[in-house]
Design a protein around this ligand. Structure first.
Ligand code: FES
Length: 101
C-alpha cells in the first residue's frame, strides 16, 4: 500500500528501518504507518476480532475504527494505520481485546 508515484502529490520516503512482525524481521520506511509497511510485506490480517474470532485488516486506514488494533512493543490496541514506524519496533497480531503485559 505504498504510492510510489503520483501526478500531483510528492511523497518523501523515510530511510529503511528494520522491525519485527511476530518474530519475523521486515523492512519498512521510517515514519510510514506500520500498517503500510506490513501491507507492503504481504501481511493482510492485522488482528482477530474479540467475539467471532474473525480476521481483520485495513478498514478506514485513518485511525477512526478498530480494525487494525495490534500489539506494538508490548502495548495492545495500537491503531497501526496511524502509528509511524520506527527502527526496532516489535509488532504482533492482537487476539481479541489484547492484554497489557
Ligand atoms: S484501519 Fe481503521 S483505525 Fe486503522
Amino acid at each position: 500500500m505504498r504510492i510510489i508515484d503520483h501526478p500531483i502529490l510528492e511523497f518523501n520516503k523515510g530511510r529503511p528501518v528494520r522491525f519485527t512482525f511476530e518474530g519475523r524481521e521486515l523492512v519498512g520506511h521510517e515514519g510510514e504507518p506500520i500498517a503500510a509497511a506490513l501491507h507492503a510485506a504481504g501481511v493482510r490480517v492485522l488482528r482477530v476480532s474479540p467475539r467471532l474470532h474473525r480476521p481483520r485488516g485495513f478498514f478506514c486506514a485513518i485511525g477512526n475504527c478498530s480494525s487494525c488494533l495490534m500489539v506494538v512493543d508490548g502495548t495492545p490496541n495500537v491503531r497501526v494505520c496511524a502509528e509511524p514506524l520506527h527502527e526496532g519496533m516489535r509488532v504482533e497480531r492482537q487476539e481479541g481485546h489484547g492484554e497489557i503485559r
